[in-house]
Design a protein around this ligand. Structure first.
Ligand SMILES: Cc1ncc(COP(=O)(O)O)c(C=O)c1O
Length: 282
């Protein structure tokens, strides 16, 4: 069965929001072609924040009502609850169609076990129920989105190129813009990831040619369209002083940038190499 999955917000595209108009248009195309429309809603509350502040026709709605409106367009939803569920672990698949839901439950029996086996304990499910309520609180969402923007705007002022405007859950640094002297095949994003860890103990992730680069039929290197580094912010963990520390580390990164070198891969698995590849400095 074919399905379209719309991810709100856009994780690999800078954490940018999906507008209500965009979601409606996708739903319309799916309906026209009888294709299941699935919402990856793991950041739907953050998305609702942007929709309310960016789209005048939604300004009178609460964040929760905006999310409900978006859900009303979808046939199904998947959620990694570690994000806008405000809990450590868990996820769900929700389907409107009972036959499909039964088919998924039956498939689950031969893969993971009965739906009632308790992949999630009752305590965790209770925490999820609370998290899904609290995530729509205006104060929480405002603090969350402004914290991410604070980090992004401050490092931008210090000469770090970032995807702008800043997205919801993460700041995305343009590592190629920061290190024009490191060519894509020497992985400027990986160079920044290593710098951040070595200078400040900060963990980030490359979203560039390590993750999306390919080899052509002759083994030639095909770079990714962008060389980004994602600084994702866990929810309800950092205070402003933590982010001020990250900003100070970026000041040092700028001071060292002309001396920063690229990396080469010394080990890579046959697929999904970004999880386990090993590198050496050039
Ligand atoms: C948009 C999106 N969907 C799904 C997932 C997968 O989540 P999980 O690690 O809980 O399987 C992620 C994880 O980062 C994500 O960002």
């Amino acid at each position: 069965m074919a399905a379209v999955i719309l991810t709100v917000t856009n994780n690999s595209g800078g954490g940018q929001p999906v507008s209500m108009a965009n979601a409606r248009a996708v739903a319309g195309i799916c309906k026209q072609h009888h294709i299941l429309f699935v919402l990856d809603c793991c950041r739907i509350a953050e998305n609702a924040y942007f929709v309310r502040h960016n789209e005048p026709e939604c300004a009178h709605l609460s964040y929760r009502e905006i999310a409900q409106e978006m859900f009303s367009l979808a046939d199904a939803a998947v959620m990694s609850i570690k994000k806008d569920g405000l809990v450590n672990m868990g996820g769900f698949l929700a389907l409107r169609d009972h036959n499909l839901s039964n088919a998924c439950t039956n498939l689950l029996i031969i893969t993971e076990g009965f739906a009632t086996y308790g992949g999630l304990s009752g305590r965790d499910m209770e925490a999820i129920a609370v998290g899904l309520e609290e995530v729509f609180e205006a104060d929480y969402l405002h603090y969350r989105i402004r914290s991410t923007a604070y980090l992004g705007e401050r490092i931008r002022e210090r000469g770090i190129p970032v995807i702008f405007p800043i997205g919801g859950h993460a700041v995305y640094v343009d590592a190629q813009g920061l290190y024009p002297h490191i060519p894509p095949h020497q992985f400027p994003g990986q160079a920044l990831v290593c710098e951040l860890y070595q200078v400040g103990g900060i963990r980030s992730v490359e979203v560039g040619s390590v993750m999306f680069g390919k080899y052509d039929a002759d083994g030639g290197f095909v770079p990714a369209p962008q060389e980004l580094v994602r600084l994702a912010l866990p929810r309800r963990v950092y205070t402003q002083s933590h982010l001020d520390y990250v900003i100070e580390v970026f000041e040092e990164i700028v001071r060292r940038k002309a001396d920063t070198r690229g990396y080469r891969i010394v080990y890579e698995p046959p697929f999904l190499r970004h999880f386990t590849a090993q590198f050496a400095p050039i």
